[in-house]
Every structure is written in structure tokens, then in C-alpha cells.
Design a protein around this ligand. Structure first.
Ligand SMILES: *[C@@H]1O[C@H](CO)[C@@H](O)[C@H](O)[C@H]1NC(C)=O
Length: 273
């Protein structure tokens, strides 16, 4: 008795499972849009057979075979890297052309990275080695010794008014940059130039002020502005005055990170919060 009973229970179980299975197949076939031959769509980001882009392999080999490494160290570089991981591909403007340029352009792969350089000799040298980088020569007409006077001028109404730097009445606004600098909405701006290590050098006064103006004058959204050598007196004072303490997000090593909202989309914002 017992074994027979067990086996009929087993049979009942199998029949139930089979029925459920056929019902499931029937459901698959009858549901709308069913096609047994539809290919499975793999999202682009998951496809596994993509070759590494040529510019990235070039960059890897460059850094693997060079002894000259960037001035910013890993702690400082990571600040900008984190933002790029979030926003890239994006628009990235860099004051200064250096040993880190190829790295920034690679980290913003597929985006637009533009470098502004004061020395055309250095620019030509880098261009030969890294022809893919987009770079422009810029002339600065200041000296570090003018910093105190320019900081004072920066407090005037003309300088605390937001506009396209080309039409600004503030003497601190750079007006001789390539047109694309004014016509592009930048997501990141890095100020690591011009030279400023002694009083005869141009100093970063105008570069810092103009970065803040470009950020405020953006149509909408935020701009991340980074200032290297923020521990130096001029860089420090100008960043606090024109990128604003209230917009500073962090200071890591010698790098200051400011996040400036559009003032065009937020009418009535004071120059600094
Ligand atoms: C990078 O430099 C900053 C200051 O210049 C320093 O505080 C930091 O510890 C350095 N990081 C590394 C990994 O050396």
C-alpha cells in the first residue's frame, strides 16, 4: 500500500510540474511581441570586444616609458579624477600645458580638453610629441607685482558684474583667449598657469578671475574650478575673492576645488555667496 501511494503522489507532482511548464511556454508564445528569433540586446557598455582606443593606448605607453611625471601628486590628481569620473565625456579647460596634459585629455576621453599655454616654444615641443592635444598660445600682460592693486580693482562694481569676459568692463577679464574658450560651456576649469613663482612672472590673477566669470556666465549648471598652488599668497587671495570661500568644496594638498553655479540661470545671486 505505502509504496503505491507514494508513487501515485509522485505522479501527481510530475503532472502538476509538467502542466505548469506547458502553461509557462504557452504564456511565452502568446504574450505580445514574442519572437523566438529576436536577438538579445546587450547594452553598449557591456559589450566585451571593444578595442582600446588608439589615443588611450598611446597615453598608457607614454606614461609607462617616461621618467618625467606630473607635478601634482596622486592625492591632488584624485580630486579632479573623481569629478571627471562623474562628468566625462565633458568640456575641460586647462590653463597650462604640462606633463599631466595627456593624462587629463585621456581621463576625459571622448570629451573636449583644451590647453592654454603662455610659452610658444614649449607648446611647439609638446605638440610634436602629442599632436592630438588641442592647445592655444595665450599672452598675459600682468606681473605678479601688480597683484595687490588688481585685487583692489577686483572689488569694483564692474568686476563684480557677471558677463561674457569679452564684454566685461573689468580689467581682470582676459579678452585675448581663442573664441572657442568663450563660446564653450565648460564643466571643469583647471588653473595651473601662467607661471607665478617669482615677481617678474605674469601670475594667475587674470586666469583665476576669468575662470570664475566663465563659470558664473554659463547658461545653467555648475562649473568645477580647480586652482593649483593654492597655498601661495596670490593664488590664495584671488581664489577666495573671485571663486569665493562660499563656493570652495575642498582643499587637498596644494589643490583648491570650487563649485560655482550659473549666475545667469539664478538671477540676483551676489557675486560671492
Ligand atoms: C601630495 O602633496 C600634498 C601636499 O603637497 C601632501 O599633503 C600629500 O600627502 C601628498 N600625497 C602623497 C600621496 O604624497
Amino acid at each position: 500500500m505505502k509504496p503505491k501511494n507514494q508513487s501515485s503522489q509522485k505522479n501527481l507532482k510530475s503532472i502538476t510540474i509538467l502542466t505548469l511548464f506547458f502553461l509557462f511556454i504557452l504564456y511565452l508564445i502568446l504574450r505580445p511581441n514574442f519572437s523566438p528569433f529576436q536577438p538579445i540586446k546587450i547594452p553598449h557598455s557591456l559589450s566585451i570586444c571593444n578595442k582600446i582606443p588608439h589615443s588611450l593606448s598611446e597615453s598608457l605607453i607614454h606614461y609607462a616609458t617616461t621618467k618625467a611625471i606630473p607635478i601634482q601628486n596622486i592625492t591632488e590628481i584624485s580630486v579632479t579624477w573623481r569629478v571627471l569620473e562623474d562628468l566625462s565625456p565633458c568640456n575641460f579647460l586647462v590653463f597650462g600645458l604640462g606633463l599631466d596634459s595627456l593624462m587629463w585629455a585621456s581621463l576625459n576621453h571622448g570629451g573636449r580638453t583644451v590647453f592654454l599655454e603662455e610659452s610658444d616654444g614649449w607648446m611647439r615641443l609638446v605638440k610634436e610629441q602629442m599632436p592630438s592635444l588641442e592647445m592655444y598660445h595665450v599672452v598675459y600682460d600682468t606681473k605678479v607685482t601688480q597683484a595687490i592693486q588688481l585685487l583692489q580693482i577686483g572689488k569694483s562694481k564692474d568686476c563684480q558684474t557677471v558677463s561674457d569676459p569679452r564684454y566685461s568692463k573689468c580689467p581682470l577679464a582676459l579678452k585675448n583667449l581663442p573664441e572657442e574658450v568663450y563660446d564653450t560651456e565648460w564643466d571643469l576649469i583647471m588653473v595651473d598657469a601662467p607661471t607665478a613663482w617669482d615677481p617678474t612672472k605674469p601670475g594667475r590673477m587674470k586666469a583665476i578671475y576669468t575662470s570664475g566669470l566663465l563659470a558664473r556666465n554659463k547658461r545653467d549648471g555648475e562649473t568645477h574650478v580647480f586652482v593649483h598652488d593654492i597655498e601661495r599668497a596670490v593664488e590664495n587671495k584671488f581664489s577666495r575673492a573671485f571663486l569665493c570661500e562660499g563656493y570652495e568644496r575642498e582643499e587637498v594638498g596644494r589643490l583648491g576645488h570650487f563649485v560655482i553655479p550659473s549666475h545667469r540661470s539664478g538671477f540676483g545671486r551676489p557675486f560671492c555667496p
